[in-house]
Design a protein around this ligand. Structure first.
Ligand SMILES: [Zn+2]
Length: 339
């Protein structure tokens, strides 16, 4: 089945849309959810399963972390993403290989929004490229901003780099979920911060003594945000010695009149305890949602034993260390001071 057959148009979704007027993208994906719940049993079971996930509230350096016991996620958390495995498996984001009942809504000419049959949060969308091209943010960051704008304030959108969380590193895709449960988005508002710049329509900052190192920018100028992101990406590549894209995860939201972009620079993909044996083993594989404060733990015994100290160590281990992060921050700060 190709994308033309997978994509549902307004007429076919009409029965699921709230009113008869010209629906926007958000209305279309909301209608798509109704249609998919009715026609795709796998998604229906997954959404029912999501309502039964358990949460455990933890605290890492005073920041709230919700450990989520979500057994459905073992598929992704346990996924092998090495080049040889990826090369051999049929790509699960290509139109030919999706489950028979899966349908999507077009996003522009190049992307299709689909529902994730292994959701972490409600309204979990995967926005996939129609072409089987590698996961990369170069040239695609503007699309991430557009998606946040078109989905609106009830959602956040995310990008997981090919080497740090994307389960399909060979197929370009973004994700989006309901926003309200994500702890970090609330903490950004009130946490102590260090300003990096407040010009060109962009307010950039870091959070001080936070549970992990992140760069944040807010603003309403799309071009200026893209420019800022490109500079940060280049700087991260230089400082981490990345040959191509530096390891990053991104979370983007859109409020009434501005975007908020969170960049999580990574030190490594999976923590050492992921590969350990025995009591110390912890099957967690942090990507954007986990870093933003909902840490998925698919194994029941691991969920039972995980502590605040564990999550503190894991966040510190997989994100960029203080020394290199400090160099990035100083470079951004100096750049601003020279303006
Ligand atoms: Zn593919």
């Amino acid at each position: 089945m190709n994308w033309e057959e997978r994509v549902i148009g307004i007429e076919s979704l009409r029965a699921y849309l709230p009113n008869k007027s010209e629906p926007d993208f958000r209305s279309m994906v909301e209608g798509l959810l109704e249609q998919q719940l009715e026609t795709w049993p796998m998604l229906r079971d997954a959404v029912a399963g999501l309502s039964r996930v358990e949460y455990k509230r933890l605290s890492a350096r005073g920041s709230e972390v919700l450990a989520q016991f979500n057994p459905q996620r073992i598929v992704s958390t346990g996924a092998k993403v090495d080049a040889a495995t990826i090369k051999q498996r049929p790509c699960f984001l290509c139109a030919d290989n999706l489950p028979a009942e899966e349908r999507g809504v077009a996003y522009g000419n190049d992307f299709v929004a689909l529902y994730n049959p292994f959701p972490v949060l409600p309204q979990h969308l995967v926005i996939t490229s129609r072409r089987h091209i590698p996961q990369t943010i170069a040239g695609n960051f503007g699309t991430l901003l557009d998606l946040a704008l078109d989905l609106g304030a009830g959602y956040f959108v995310l990008y997981n780099g090919a080497a740090c969380g994307a389960s399909a590193p060979d197929h370009l895709h973004f994700q989006a979920c309901e926003r309200k449960r994500l702890p970090m988005l609330r903490e950004i508002e009130s946490w102590d911060r260090r300003a990096l710049s407040n010009d060109s329509g962009i307010e950039a900052f870091t959070l001080t003594h936070y549970r992990l190192n992140a760069l944040i920018a807010c603003g309403n100028d799309r071009g200026a945000l893209i420019g800022w992101f490109d500079r940060v990406e280049k700087l991260l590549a230089e400082i981490t010695g990345a040959e191509s894209e530096p390891m990053i995860n991104l979370v983007v939201t859109r409020d009434a009149n501005r975007w908020t972009v969170i960049i999580f620079p990574r030190g490594k993909h999976r923590p050492d305890r992921y590969f350990a044996e025995g009591d110390v083993k912890l099957t967690v594989s942090p990507a954007a949602i986990d870093l933003a404060g909902v840490l998925v733990v698919p194994q029941p015994d691991h969920f039972a034993k995980i502590t605040s100290r564990d999550v503190e160590e894991i966040y510190a281990e997989v994100t960029l260390d203080d020394a290199r992060f400090g160099r990035v921050v100083e470079a951004l700060f100096d750049e601003h001071s020279q303006d």
